[in-house]
Ligand binder design. Sequence first.
Ligand code: ADP
Ligand code: MG
Length: 277
Amino acid sequence: MNQNKPTVLLEYHLKQLKLPSMLREYASLAAVCSKERADYPTYLLRLGERERLDRERRAAERRIKAAKFPVLKTLDSFDFTAQPSVNESLIRELSNGEYIDRRENVLLAGNSGTGKTHLATALGFTACAQGRRVRFFTVTGLVTCLLEAREDRQLQRILEQLGRHQLLILDELGYVPFSKAGAELLFEVISQAYEQTSLIVTTNLPFENWTEVLGSERLTGALLDRLSHRIHILEANGQSYRLKESRQRLKSAKPSKPIPDQRRTNDQTNDKTENGK
Ligand code: ADP
Ligand code: MG
């Protein structure tokens, strides 16, 4: 009974100190270390390491959840040979996250299905793993959220919340034109982010067409001025990966009916024209 007292107390202290990995592993690691005749500091070092690694992993998981990625995509699953127009070395360089420390922006431009959302999510994912606070939005989703917040007199609070992130991903600029108020709110976010928060923007529109979705030439000019001050531009101009996959599936399966593209509803414009080829 008496012999158990130190471990009971130890477990109590570890619990109070919120060191769950040390609590879980101290006994088994003690057995390993005594077998290896490792000294006390080595034992403590290994135990501390486990706690730290687990803590970092849990924090990264929390950040990934908070980022609200629509689907989790990583760079490992991106096939660069399938999309040779994408500058792979720039993507690899960006994945070290230093552009976020320098408050630089990234623009991913290209037609539908070329992996823009995949790459933006993958960069966001690595940023989360590196300990950065990230939030993913579709541009229309963000604008809707801002318009609603303004109605409820919560706009300032939402803008402050956005400002606490180190990286904001704004996906799919250009699919839906904005109202005047919507465009102004998007401008507000981009101005606030200027030199404070990095932005990754994905778009199917060349710069000269941005006025069409934002409405005003003056506002578009001011927005581009801020966004492009420090920007890395990546172009994905190949064939749609979705379309290519469907074609390959069609070829190997030879079904009687064409395979519908599951995500067509999200990306309306370009797939249609590509499909017509
Ligand atoms: P976009 O945002 O440019 O319209 P997505 O990133 O949504 O395109 O890509 C469409 C689908 O194809 C996604 O499931 C994505 O993971 C996949 N995809 C696109 N390009 C590649 C690629 N080069 N390697 C692997 N998967 C890809
Ligand atoms: Mg997309």
